[in-house]
Design a protein around this ligand. Structure first.
Ligand SMILES: *Cc1c(COP(=O)(O)O)cnc(C)c1O
Length: 426
């Protein structure tokens, strides 16, 4: 597989290089030089999830890694199901939260961790990543205990749920966590700065596990096919897919699936009040406002770093940008939707509720909506309990983490401090 740097198209790398480097020169994102397409998507949809995922990822990676390696990566990483569950009239939720850390990020992080440890060999690596919530847990879990890989996770202090914090800040071992006094965008800026620091990069074998890493995005393509495969055959050409979006990695993966031939009528980019993208789709104006805190905190991102890939995909496929519908959902609308879903017998959480609300406003005629269930409701227990007047039991994975002490360090949003922290061994 060949990829090029979107900022410097003459910089070309293999999958292995792209996975190890994360970003290209000038923080450019890597993007595939060629987009594979399936001739017979219907046959693919008949396969089971794991076999189909091997076929999908082989289309990208078999030339470089060999099909057997791709197959063992997939079988190792995708060990849990993603059921499509009826949530209301005309709407299904693709539940992506049945993995070890109860969020969709398990798919990408587990695949990335296994790919990296296969590709890195004896080289020592430091994974540096910023999280607005669930990435941290998924990355920490996926890499915990891997030899030769040190993980440092930055997160905005006080802006993720206490339970989320417990899930990745209590492991110890090769996982170090840092509460940064700032927003998620500040954390992300620090990570980007570290990646521009060539000396540091060399010294500690810096790598990122953020959704900028192409391995994560490729893994996420697979569950979009699964969503359509689980729809009744008669509805497969009528699907509108709503993606609760923050950094837009998930939407990028959905568009990659479409470019491989998956029949999706339309994608909806659903955001909370951090609505840079919906405003941009409406006005053609890219204007980043200060990040505001919401209940759907994993989507509190106002400068989404995957957006250039979305535009590149549209260009490569000659899709007008209007292929993507933008929807910004207010806090109040999100709360009402969560309650409405619950009244219809479906228990959700704020992120998925935003995508569901976007579908409710958008579906027409015989269209059928699929919204992505990106996190388990219990991960957002405070909101869910309050809005639905419940006392949700904690799933086992959360209950165990909840009683462990936090092991995080604290830091100002200051690059020099981060640099010496990274250079200092544990
Ligand atoms: C990360 C996350 C999102 C946003 O996904 P992106 O790929 O960054 O757009 C949405 N919901 C939840 C629960 C998340 O953890």
């Amino acid at each position: 597989m060949e990829l090029y740097n979107l900022k410097h198209p003459q910089q070309k790398v293999s999958f292995s290089q792209a996975v190890r480097q994360g970003l290209g020169r000038d923080r450019g994102l890597f993007f595939p030089s060629q987009l594979p397409e399936f001739d017979d998507v219907d046959a693919l949809l008949e396969m089971d999830f794991v076999d189909r995922s091997v076929a999908i990822l082989s289309a990208w990676l078999a030339d470089e890694l060999g099909r057997d390696n791709v197959e063992s990566l997939v079988r190792d990483a995708f060990t849990f199901a993603c059921p499509l569950v009826a949530a209301s009239d005309h709407q299904y939720c693709l539940e992506l939260f049945h993995g070890p850390t109860l969020a969709f990020k398990d798919f990408g992080a587990r695949f990335l961790a296994r790919a990296l440890s296969q590709l890195a060999g004896d080289e020592k690596l430091t994974i540096l990543t910023a999280t607005s919530g669930d990435t941290g847990a998924a990355v920490a879990d996926a890499f915990f205990g891997l030899e030769n890989i040190e993980v440092v996770i930055l997160y905005p202090q006080g802006r993720i749920s206490p339970l989320q914090e417990k899930m990745f800040c209590t492991l110890g071992g090769n996982i170090r966590t840092v509460a940064v006094q700032g927003s998620f965008d500040d954390c992300q800026a620090l990570v980007k700065q570290a990646f521009e620091d060539e000396e540091l990069k060399q010294a500690i074998g810096l790598n990122s596990a953020n959704s900028i890493n192409i391995a994560r995005l490729l893994a996420q393509i697979c569950y979009y096919f699964e969503a359509i495969a689980q729809l009744p055959a008669a509805q497969r050409r009528q699907a509108v897919v709503a993606v609760p979006s923050g950094n837009f990695g998930n939407l990028t993966a959905g568009l990659l699936a479409k470019s491989m031939g998956l029949p999706v009528k339309r994608f909806i980019a659903a955001t909370n009040s951090n609505d840079t993208v919906p405003r941009y789709l409406r006005s053609g104006h890219w204007q980043v406002n200060p990040t505001v805190a919401t209940r759907s905190n994993a989507m509190d991102v106002s400068a989404p770093n995957n957006w250039p890939r979305v535009e590149a995909l549209c260009r490569a496929n000659s899709w007008p940008l209007a292929t993507i519908e933008g929807a910004a959902v207010s806090e109040r609308e999100c709360e009402l939707q969560l309650q409405a879903l619950h009244q219809q017998g479906y228990l959700s959480e704020p992120h998925a509720a935003i995508a569901s609300r976007a579908l409710s406003c958008s579906l027409k005629g015989d269209e059928v909506g699929v919204f992505l269930g990106t996190a388990h409701p219990a991960k957002f227990k405070e909101s869910v309990d309050e809005l639905l007047d419940l006392d949700l039991p904690l799933p086992e994975a959360l209950a165990q983490a909840a009683v462990k002490p936090l092991l995080s360090d604290a830091m100002a949003a200051d690059y020099d401090q981060l640099r010496s922290y990274l250079l200092k061994p544990e």
